[in-house]
Design a protein. Structure first.
Length: 345
């Protein structure tokens, strides 16, 4: 059964449904959605409650003339505060422009509730398709998009056999390759700085990659010191200090991305520790900062631009009704620079 058939078999709530549910006129519903300040608070709350309960979303895209589309693609990224997603989204936008599409970008601040709100807002504004980061979210979101015939593509992650098409890399395998190199150098006291794993499948898979290699090498994964913290240079520094103030500090700190790693490097300098002579530090992503910090950062290179470019092509094909995309696995590689060396002594 194809997407259109599934879409036609499901009942999508209408403006009239919301009006009946809230016991108001359709004009009042429209005013609540378009000019809420013109509606008294009691009525507005009742209408918005009906909108939420029914899962209603105004489909401005269906109003587009002729082609029945807006030639607009939405992307929701977890953060704009650092360069983690910048290169990939830039390539995504460039390719969309070449193909005659416009990009709308939102940032969810790693908050599932805010991402949910932004997905619904982009659909309401007529986005023809959406790019989302990572697989972890409430399945109801995917049902919401499917009900409205809005194609979705996941990026920055690859999961074989996942129900939603993706373009990205195997975060677990990529971090495992780095962990193998770290342990080949003789490191046995490991520390990890990661984003929170509960709602972030990329972070979870990267930690898992380290833990699996450690177990294979005869280490107890439970003995590996792990600090979870939001992505920022400052937070990376605080987490590094926490690791190094333990009774037996790690000889290497494996960071979930380059931003955390640069924070760790700064804190090492403040603590009078030499990198890598006293402690090694590694990152993940290979953003531009990784090559210009001193010492230069050992990290995992992610093909951000290729991922963004291909993601744009896949989503446009989906909007134009071409066969559903198969997930695309991209390769990563290690960038062995100056922050990784053998353990001291």
């Amino acid at each position: 059964m194809n997407r259109k058939q599934k879409h036609s078999e499901r009942s999508v709530p209408t403006l009239e449904d919301v009006a009946r549910h809230a016991d108001v006129s359709t004009a009042t519903v429209s005013r609540c959605l378009n000019s809420p300040d013109r509606v008294i608070e009691k009525t507005r709350k009742r209408v918005l409650a009906a909108v939420r309960e029914l899962g209603y979303s105004p489909n401005f895209g269906a109003r587009a003339l002729a082609a029945k589309r807006t030639n607009t693609i939405g992307a929701i990224i977890p953060t704009m505060e650092n360069a983690i997603f910048a290169r990939g989204i830039q390539a995504f936008q460039e390719e969309l422009h070449r193909l005659g599409f416009t990009l709308l970008v939102s940032s969810s601040s790693y908050r599932p509730d805010l991402e949910d709100e932004q997905i619904r807002a982009l659909v309401a504004r007529g986005a023809d398709a959406l790019l989302l980061i990572g697989h972890h979210r409430d399945p109801e979101i995917y049902r919401f998009l499917e009900d409205r015939g809005v194609p979705v593509l996941v990026a920055w992650a690859y999961q074989k056999g996942a129900a939603v098409a993706s373009i990205g890399f195997d975060n677990r395998r990529a971090m495992a390759e780095l962990a193998e190199k770290v342990m080949d150098l003789g490191h046995r006291k490991l520390g990890i700085i990661s984003a929170g794993q509960a709602l972030n499948d990329r972070a979870r898979d990267r930690v898992r990659g380290v833990m699996e290699v450690a177990a294979k090498r005869g280490l107890d994964p439970q003995a590996i010191a792990l600090v979870e913290t939001p992505y920022s240079i400052e937070n990376g520094g605080h987490a590094f200090r926490q690791l190094m103030e333990q009774e037996e500090p790690p000889t290497v700190v494996i960071c979930g991305n380059d931003v955390l790693a640069v924070g760790a490097m700064q804190m090492a300098r403040q603590m009078g520790l030499r990198v890598p002579q006293d402690v090694s530090i590694t990152g993940f992503d290979d953003i531009e900062l990784a090559a210009v910090v001193a010492p230069s950062l050992t990290t995992v290179h992610v093909p951000h631009r290729d991922m963004g470019r291909q993601a744009a092509q896949i989503l446009v094909d989906m909007v134009l009704g071409k066969p559903l995309a198969q997930s695309v696995l991209l390769e990563t590689d290690l960038r062995l620079r100056e922050t990784l060396g053998p353990p001291k002594g």
